[in-house]
Ligand binder design. Structure first.
Ligand code: GCU
Length: 642
């Protein structure tokens, strides 16, 4: 075949790739019009980004970027800004370049949503200083709990080749105010701190810097042994402390604005200070001391549980609460939102509020490990807002989100999973925003501003997480997932020799009397880890919110719930409700076809089909299994398994 044929074929495949990449543009879909006149007296890499974005995309005429040292702007801090309309011009003001960058993206977002930008008077500052993503990416390109392809970081190509996607990633983050990223898995390979990898990390940091994104690394606590050849990693050993100081000096020599370390220690087999009889505080403080001179921080995770007799839901509190006040000021204790592990619904972790003398960060999971991976539509902003109903944002120093991006064309696997990345960033900036307004603004930017699309799809998104809870584990049930992959149901799971707390029966406690984990005062007493007023509510079978009922109580099958139905009947109705909701989402999506490009329409439709199938699978599997204990028939209106 001749050359022309091949080049024609190449062109065609390139065109097809471009055409097929509709999901790749995330919520940043405005096309350049190159109309704006942008005035900015200062030049820098970050301001070049801001200027170029505005010059290409802004359609509102003249725009001024001003670095301001006045009281108003100083009060808005290192990242805050104002946007004002003045004498026919749009003026973006901030005390820092980073503030101006965020102002730029805010203005462009308003334009993309179709808002009136002619009379603006806006002041903004973020609620938290630390707004980071956590990548659980391994150095071999796999991603722990990742469902959108392989890692974005092409370690083997770095430093020779720098993928264009790194910049797009940084831009997407900056557009929602995310200001840091932890590049590698919390189950960390010591290799990440080798000279070779640090050079690669430096390359990424260079790409991210103009977008205001700091780089952080997860570190393996035993690195001084595994990488440095020392005989111990004891944090009180002088040689160990010296090794870390040296390593930190090397890092800052390459990356002067390096953010710091994230550490998973003495958790799920990871090494840590407790291996040497030291506390988590002693381990964290040793690292904090090495980072302190450079302004770096340690994010020390509180995700610990061991095969002890104590209820797993109580363990992080038992281990960390007594350490309150014992951490250096540049240590943040990073606590998962709930006491177990990113379940579709958990009460908040009682560590929040119990460590007033320790800077705390909350860790959310954006990747849907326990919510249908990238097959199910589950908008998580409603879940994160639920957390803030109980935990004051002002009690936190920062937020971390275990992110859902990979090297898939559309970044997140499911087009609607992009909304979770987006919403995470928006809530990290301002947790007072409603889940609904974030859904609306994401839909308007990502698909169309047409209300006939935005309104019904906002509704779908708002109901989606509750639907997942209903068809997977309603009424406070938790962790009845299949072994290992956490996708489907397996409440009956038995693995010979496995730890009790790794088996679903530990969590659901089904027996012929009833269902649920008794964490009341007469049970494991986990309720007592909450403030008194709340402990009383959770402890009482009558007052406990029904969404947490089986989390805190072992309830009789015949117990009447608020609906007047027995526990068994209510459980059946909830599972059915979840299934019905997903079928309703399918119907709404069918009506959305005129507003969506064919590629994304099809992709979402196919995934909704999978979700509807899985919802029935969950309902049938769980109800059939629990029926072996309840011995009761399916109530009217609930589809029995086929
Ligand atoms: C969960 C998850 C693991 C992860 C762990 C963690 O248990 O399944 O893959 O490593 O959380 O947060 O450290």
């Amino acid at each position: 075949m001749n050359k022309r044929f091949w080049s024609g074929l190449c062109f065609l495949s390139l065109a097809l790739t471009l055409w097929a990449e509709d999901g790749s543009r995330l919520w940043l879909r405005q096309t350049p019009v190159n109309q704006a006149s942008v005035c900015c007296l200062v030049t820098s890499p970050m301001l070049t980004v801001a200027r170029e974005e505005l010059a290409a995309l802004w359609q509102g005429g003249e725009v001024d970027l001003q670095l301001c040292a006045d009281e108003t702007h100083r009060r808005l801090g290192k990242e805050g800004y104002t946007i004002r309309t003045s004498e026919g011009k749009t003026v973006l003001g901030a005390a820092t370049e980073q503030g101006l960058l965020y102002a730029t993206y805010h203005l462009l977002r308003l334009q993309a949503e179709g808002a009136d930008c002619s009379q603006l008077n806006i002041q903004e500052k973020p609620a938290f200083d630390i707004r980071v993503l956590n990548h659980w990416d391994n150095l071999d390109g796999t991603i722990e709990r990742g469902y959108a392809g392989r890692s974005l970081w092409k370690w083997e190509e770095l430093t020779d080749s720098v993928s264009a996607r790194y910049r797009e990633y940084a831009r997407a983050n900056a557009s929602v105010g995310i200001n840091g990223t932890v590049l590698n898995n919390v189950n960390a390979s010591p290799e990440i701190l080798s000279e070779d990898y640090l050079q690669k990390v430096r390359k990424l940091a260079d790409v991210f810097r103009p977008y205001g994104i700091k780089v952080y690394l997860s570190v393996n606590f035993a690195s001084p042994m595994k990488l440095g050849g020392l005989s111990t990693a004891d944090p009180l050993d002088e040689e160990v402390a010296r090794w870390w100081k040296e390593k930190v000096r090397e890092i800052y020599g390459l990356i002067p604005d390096f953010g710091g370390f994230l550490v998973k220690a003495n958790s799920e087999g990871q090494p840590g200070p407790c291996d040497y009889g030291r506390t988590h505080a002693e381990g964290a403080n040793m690292l904090a001391e090495a980072l302190k001179p450079y302004g770096g921080i340690v994010m020390w995770r509180a995700f610990v549980y061991s095969p002890s007799d104590a209820d797993r839901a109580k363990q992080a509190y038992l281990e960390f609460q007594p350490l309150d006040g014992r951490f250096r000021d540049n240590v943040m204790v990073q606590v998962k939102n709930g006491p177990i592990d990113f379940q579709p619904r958990e009460p908040y972790s009682p560590l929040f509020g119990a460590m007033p003398h320790t800077p705390l960060m909350v860790e959310f999971q954006i990747t849907q490990e326990y919510l249908g991976h990238s097959n199910h539509l589950a908008y998580l902003a409603t879940m994160w807002k639920e957390f803030y109903r109980y935990v004051q944002p002002s009690s936190l120093k920062g937020v971390a989100g275990v992110v859902n991006v990979g090297d898939n064309v559309n970044w997140c696997g499911h087009d609607f999973a992009q909304a979770n990345w987006y919403a995470y960033g928006r809530l990290a900036w301002n947790p007072d925003l409603s889940a609904e307004e974030i859904a609306r603004e994401w839909l308007a930017q990502t698909f169309t501003t047409d209300r006939r699309f935005v309104e019904p799809m906002t509704q779908v998104m708002m109901e989606s997480r509750e639907a997942v809870v209903d068809y997977m584990m309603p009424l406070g049930l938790h962790h009845i997932f299949a072994w290992g992959h956490h996708y489907g149901p397996e409440p009956w799971c038995k693995v010979p020799g496995a730890r009790a707390d790794w088996l679903p029966s530990y969590y659901h406690q089904a027996d012929k009397e009833g269902l649920g984990f008794d964490r009341s005062r007469t049970g494991s007493d986990a309720v007592s880890q909450y403030p008194d007023s709340l402990a009383r509510v959770f402890d009482s079978l009558e007052q406990c919110p029904e969404e947490y009922l089986l989390w805190f109580h072992h309830v009789k099958w015949s117990q009447k719930l608020r609906s007047g139905r027995s526990l068994w009947d209510e459980l059946c109705y909830k599972y059915q409700q979840g299934v019905d909701d997903v079928r309703a989402f399918q119907r709404v999506w069918k009506e959305m076809q005129p507003y969506v490009d064919a590629e994304r329409y099809q992709a979402v439709a196919e995934r909704l089909d999978i979700q509807a199938h899985d919802a029935v699978w969950w309902k049938d599997a769980c109800l059939e299994y629990f029926r072996t204990f309840s011995k009761q028939p399916y109530p009217k209106g609930v589809e029995p398994p086929v």
